[in-house]
Design a protein around this ligand. Sequence first.
Ligand code: SF4
Length: 317
Amino acid sequence: MTVETPDTAEQRLASLSPSRASDFMTCPLLYRFRVIDKLPETPSPDAVRGTVVHSVLERLFDLPAAERTPAQAGELLQPAWTDLLAEAPELAEMFGDEGPDLAGWLQQCRSLLDRYFTLEDPSLLEPTEREVYVETLLESGLTLRGYIDRVDVAPTGEVRIVDYKTGRAPSEYFEAKALFQMKFYALVVWRTRGVLPRMLQLIYLGSGEMLRYIPEERDLIATERKVQALWAAIKRATETGEWRPHRSVLCGWCDHQAICPAWGGTPPPLPDIRAAAQPDRQADPRPGEAVDTGTQPGVDGPADPPTARTRLHDPGA
Ligand code: SF4
């Protein structure tokens, strides 16, 4: 697809992915730690499992349709893990004395892949794109960007956007958050291709459920408004330096409790924002989450898309 690339420093600062948008909505301080401070986070076995499973599902569609079987998916698992380890050898440290058993962890990956086949028959599908980077520049100067797991285009031209999650389907309360990411992608596709996606489909391998949504123009217009409002809030925080912590149950998964005022800690001094906004291919992928993107007050990021293979996937979000 045609990508509109931000070509000025200002535009590079003004970019946002669904993951980083979600960070800010969850906790502005978490956003700051990830996007501005770019603090390292410890990869979790759950997140890395998501990355490996995504990789297998992507490779599965390289096979002839008749060979897209659970057994073949199982065969693809070890190579996907080996390739990821070659790029990030430190991931091996997750296993061992204090971590999970590698064989058991790989078996969990296999179970998720087996469950995939109970939800879809990949031999009947021919995705048009997989792990596709999308980006669009809004009139306001804000760039929206991210990776879509799969785009299916029907012979009639109807577009379906598909995202795999290795976690469980969310409760009704969190469904809107999951759909926000999909509407964000749909908005980018609509703006860049002029086609309103016919369906947004979330596949939850953790619980074996699918969430489908048929977007309307007004949904995506509302999403654009929401993103712009979010962006305005991020810019305000950038200008004032006020990145407020928002304590919630999600703090239990946050790597930064020790330096979080909500937990008695002290954040480091704010780094120079422009320095923080320099393209950094490793910054987007945040170990633990869907590694989707990331970066500055505005956020999110590097002008260049991060390497797809090093993206870690958020198992649940
Ligand atoms: S510990 Fe909680 S409040 Fe603090 S930065 Fe992390 S998510 Fe935000």
